[in-house]
Structure formats: structure tokens, C-alpha cells
Ligand binder design. Structure first.
Ligand SMILES: Nc1ncnc2c1ncn2[C@@H]1O[C@H](COP(=O)(O)OP(=O)(O)OP(=O)(O)O)[C@@H](O)[C@H]1O
Length: 328
């Protein structure tokens, strides 16, 4: 699998051994061009910055919203190229990262009402896709199929070249290592610090201590929590807790990020900070699929929008708005 978050040079450490400054790989060798999880090539095209086609969005910075870490003096990271406004040009050809072919999902508790019915879609490496729809339309079910938390009852799902219907249960953890997940309710461990919560994600998959010590501080700096590594979740605002969960999802540098209402518990100003962070992660090549009810955010970001109604795809629109689901 392509590892587009490689870091080669590190400078300095504090007395806990944490890396203080990480210099980006001068020449990242992204080799798996035909890998379904390969990052999208970076384009020279103008990126649709939030609000670019709309009246400029008012961004209220609150005390609890951390400043954009990449705009801080001296910040360097493997993610630093994200500071540019160039958006990745997503080539929707080749091998999709996610492919649904006529997928249905019927929960045993509701045998006569499929949660998903005849869903076909392809999502390519580097895309940012919003999934919208009324409550109960099937958004979370669709995401749970991608991570194999649910199995389709009909059709075929391919993720990263693997047929999830044929995948043995023992292989599922390997699939999930390639998928970062962010949920509305953060799912942080309350008795672990910010650092430990993120480190735990790497320790669980057997990463060596040296990797943990290098990657955890870096990703926490990326999300603007470099100063709060030793805090516990209950000492953080909701926005900060969600940043920890984004850091935890990203620390293993997965090529695919699946987010289920990541801003659902956050006020608009804090949500914007989270969305900018996810946008930046996407511009580094990570494919992002996000279920959301956040109309304003979808309208301002102008990404691909897949709208569901009663388990059916009723709209799949490039640079779409939230709309009224089926309608543009
Ligand atoms: N575990 C389950 N067992 C039975 N039915 C379920 C289960 N999970 C979801 N459903 C049903 O499947 C349908 C789709 O639910 P889903 O949670 O995917 O919708 P959603 O669009 O994510 O909704 P929301 O926006 O409220 O989160 C609904 O009719 C729901 O009641």
C-alpha cells in the first residue's frame, strides 16, 4: 500500500523522547499508482475553498477553536503541503477505492424495509464525498458496509480491491487498519490522556514504540493539540475532543477516512475548524467519505454529494450542495 505520509527526518526531542519538529520528506516516493488506495495526484487547479462560489462565509473564531496549526510560525510536517490552496485533481478512472454494485442491506429486525436497496456507486482515490439524506435514509448503514461492520445482504462491495462479501472475518482487522473512522460521539477513552488515546490506536496494531513516539506528537500538532497532549478528554472542549478523534483516525496514516456526522455535536464555528482539518487531510490524498446533516458545510464546500432516500441513491452530484436530497 502506498504510504504517502512518510517522514524521513526528525529534529529534536523532549525528555520524554517525543519528537518536537518533523521535517517533511523532500521527495516522497509514492509508488503504488495502481493501488486502489493510492493518493490522488495533486493538481494545479484552483481549489474550491470553503465559500469560494458563495458569498464569503463568516468565520467566527472562538476561544476554544485552536488556531490553524499549519499557519503557525515554524510549523513543518509531512502534511505541510496542505497549506496550499491547490486541490487534488481526482481522476475518476482506474480502480475505485470503494465500489458498490447493486448493494442491498436488510436488517433482520426490519425484513420488509431494506436499509439500502440497489445502491451502486464508485468512489475514487482522493475523493471527498458527502453522504446526505433524511434520518433513517441509510447513511450510517452505507458507512458500516464500507468498514465491514455490516455485511451486505445483496450485491457486491469492493474496498481497496477486496471483495468484502468474500472477506474472511480474520482479515477484517487488516481492512480496518486502512480505514480511519470518526464518529459524532468521539469515542475517546476517558481514563487516557490525549497522547495515550492516540498512541493506543498504534499500540493496538503492534506499532513499535519508536513509531508511536514519532507519529503521535506529529499528528496532535497537526490537529492543533500539541499543547494538550497530557490533558484528559474531560478537560477538553467538544471541538478539541473531536480533534483527538481525528488525530486517532489519522495517526496510522490510513488512505481512507470514514466519518459519521463528525460535526454533529459541535457548534458551527467549531465544526468549521474540524471540516478544514478534514479538507486538509483530503488534500494530502486521503479519500474521505462523510455522512452529515450539516447543510451549511455541504453547501460551502462544494464536494461530491451522494444523497440517499429510503435506502436508494437519489442524487450523485459533483460539486454538489446539500439540497433537498433528490433535488439539486
Ligand atoms: N441495527 C439495526 N437493526 C435494524 N434496523 C436498523 C439498524 N440500524 C439501522 N436500521 C434501520 O435502517 C434504516 C437506515 O438507518 P441508518 O442508521 O443507516 O440511517 P441514517 O441515514 O444514518 O440515519 P441518521 O441520520 O438518523 O443517523 C432505518 O430504517 C433504521 O431504522
Amino acid at each position: 500500500m502506498a504510504n504517502h505520509f512518510r517522514t524521513t527526518e526528525r529534529q529534536g526531542s523532549d525528555d520524554t523522547g517525543r519528537v518536537l519538529n518533523v521535517v517533511p520528506d523532500a521527495n516522497p516516493q509514492v509508488s503504488a499508482a495502481d493501488d486502489a488506495f493510492a493518493p490522488a495526484p495533486v493538481s494545479t487547479g484552483q481549489f474550491d475553498v470553503i465559500g469560494a462560489d458563495e458569498p464569503e462565509a463568516v468565520h467566527v473564531v472562538t476561544a476554544s477553536e485552536p488556531a490553524d496549526p499549519t499557519e503557525q510560525p515554524g510549523f513543518t510536517s509531512v502534511f505541510a503541503p496542505l497549506a496550499s490552496d491547490d486541490s487534488p485533481a481526482v481522476s475518476r478512472t482506474g480502480v475505485p477505492t470503494i465500489s458498490f454494485k447493486n448493494v442491498s442491506l436488510v436488517y433482520p429486525a426490519q425484513p420488509n424495509k431494506p436499509a439500502l436497496d440497489g445502491v451502486s456507486l464508485d468512489i475514487y482515490p482522493g475523493e471527498f464525498v458527502f453522504v446526505v439524506g433524511h434520518s433513517g435514509s441509510g447513511k450510517s448503514s452505507l458507512l458500516r458496509l464500507i468498514t465491514r461492520e455490516q455485511r451486505a445482504t445483496g450485491g457486491q462491495i469492493i474496498v481497496a480491491g477486496q471483495d468484502l462479501g468474500k472477506m474472511k472475518n480474520k482479515k477484517v482487522p487488516y481492512l480496518r487498519r486502512q480505514i480511519g473512522t470518526v464518529y459524532q460521539d468521539f469515542k475517546l477513552l476517558p481514563d487516557k490522556t490525549v497522547y495515550e488515546n492516540v498512541a493506543f490506536a498504534l499500540e493496538c496494531i503492534g506499532k513499535p514504540r519508536s513509531v508511536v513516539k514519532a507519529q503521535v506528537p506529529e499528528v496532535l500538532r497537526l490537529v492543533g493539540l500539541g499543547e494538550k497532549m497530557d490533558n484528559f478528554p474531560d478537560q477538553l472542549s467538544g471541538g478539541e475532543q473531536q480533534r483527538v478523534s481525528v488525530a486517532r483516525a489519522m495517526v496510522n496514516r490510513p488512505p481512507l477516512l470514514v466519518c459519521d456526522e463528525p460535526t454533529g455535536n459541535l457548534d458551527p464555528a467549531i465544526s468549521l475548524g474540524i471540516m478544514k482539518l478534514l479538507d486538509r487531510i483530503n488534500r494530502a490524498g486521503t479519500t474521505v467519505v462523510m455522512a452529515t446533516h450539516d447543510r451549511e458545510m455541504v453547501d460551502s464546500m462544494r464536494k461530491r454529494v451522494i444523497a440517499l432516500e429510503a435506502g436508494h441513491v437519489v442524487r450523485d452530484q459533483e460539486k454538489g450542495g446539500y439540497g433537498y436530497y433528490g433535488a439539486l
